[in-house]
Write a protein that binds this ligand. Structure first.
Ligand SMILES: Nc1ncnc2c1ncn2[C@@H]1O[C@H](COP(=O)(O)OP(=O)(O)OP(=O)(O)O)[C@@H](O)[C@H]1O
Ligand SMILES: [Mg+2]
Length: 336
């Protein structure tokens, strides 16, 4: 399951991502945590000190390796240089799984222990001005989008992405890549204005979007959010002393998180899990092709000097269990 946290700067995306990651890890399911936010703070929120966080390998610096791996033997992708952030997988491409070792994790992921459970953390690396454009060939967030477009994830395994609600995710197809998008909003006009913008983009693409109110102090705050976002409001989170202690570098055991906040995380987990039944891999594949053709025409073709529409494999559909399809197509039942 692919889950995004978006929202206005300072709303609590990183904090709520990190709590949600801890919640999933505590259930025993595997998690790949991805920091794709402008302000790279997910590592520290998951307990790394500054030195450890600074030593994390940046996905943005590994784009050639990521592209080369994912391209595999796909004959439609002539070279890693012609692969842009929206280039979709096709026959011959290598797909990624949450539970596996692969060269992308080897190069970009580090394993963290969260109260005894191991998770993987990947970070895009710090952003500069030039990373925030539309025509972003070397886009750091593009490394994440490529991975999501090549990921075949099942129900009990998770990729959680801490990201911005910025123009980068709308220019490409990034915002359509998730089973569930949690929009973190403080009960303020600015907080909900980001929601409106996101909702606008999301509407035409069937994006599952729920609002998580944060730093909510009382009924008046809840009433405000309810009035502004209606039934999209999933749950609210108040001030957390557990979070404050973590910010001081003294994280208590996760099981000591306040009851109300544990309950909020469980509600978010249930809402994310419920989207599994609505998964549609054909639509998912169609959307990545849609955004690829759009990016190819607007800048990719000019940048690479190739017609990137040729990279689209018309017969390919990303699926959770491609090998099962292969076995039945061959007509020979295989021993388990
Ligand atoms: N529920 C909460 N209880 C206590 N402190 C909180 C809570 N939510 C967020 N904070 C604090 O508010 C600050 C901003 O939160 P956070 O860094 O998670 O926001 P963000 O949306 O990721 O910000 P940025 O846009 O800078 O990445 C942090 O110091 C964080 O510890
Ligand atoms: Mg953040």
């Amino acid at each position: 399951m692919k889950i995004a946290f978006v929202g206005k700067g300072g709303s609590g995306k990183t904090t709520l991502s990190s709590l949600f990651i801890r919640h999933i890890a505590a259930t025993g399911s595997p998690v790949v945590a991805v920091d794709a936010d402008i302000n790279q703070h997910l590592g520290p929120a998951l307990g790394l000190d500054d030195e450890e966080a600074a030593a994390l390998p940046a996905m943005g610096a590994q784009l050639p390796l990521i592209k080369d791996h994912l391209r595999g033997s796909n004959p439609r992708i002539a070279s890693a240089e012609t692969m842009i952030k929206t280039t979709p997988p096709g026959s011959g491409s290598r797909l990624l799984r949450v539970r596996e070792d692969n060269p992308v994790y080897d190069a970009c992921a580090r394993t963290l222990e969260l109260d005894g459970a191991a998770i993987r953390l990947m970070v895009t690396g710090p952003f500069t001005e030039s990373d925030l454009g539309v025509a972003c060939y070397h886009s750091k967030v593009g490394a994440v989008e490529l991975c999501l477009n090549h990921l075949v994830d099942g129900r009990d395994e998770f990729v959680v992405v801490d990201m911005t609600a910025g123009s980068d995710s709308f220019a490409s197809g990034m915002f359509t890549r998730f089973d569930m998008t949690f929009l973190v909003a403080e009960p303020t006009r600015k907080g909900v204005s980001v929601y409106r913008q996101y909702k606008e983009y999301a509407r035409d693409f069937g994006v599952a979007l729920r609002v998580v109110g944060n730093k909510v102090q009382g009924q008046d705050d809840i009433d405000f959010l309810r009035a502004e976002v209606g039934d999209d409001l999933l749950v609210t989170v108040g001030h957390s002393d557990w979070v404050r202690a973590m910010e001081k570098g003294r994280p208590p055991r996760f099981e000591l998180l306040e009851n109300a906040n544990r309950h909020a995380l469980a509600t978010m987990f249930t809402a994310a899990d419920a989207t599994y039944g609505h998964r549609d891999w054909e639509r998912y594949t169609r959307q990545m092709v849609h955004f690829h053709l759009k990016n190819a025409a607007s800048w990719g073709n000019a940048k690479t000097g190739a017609d990137l529409a040729d990279q689209v494999d018309p017969d390919f559909v990303l699926r959770e269990n491609p090998e099962t399809v292969g076995v039945s197509a061959a007509g020979a039942p295989q021993p388990a």
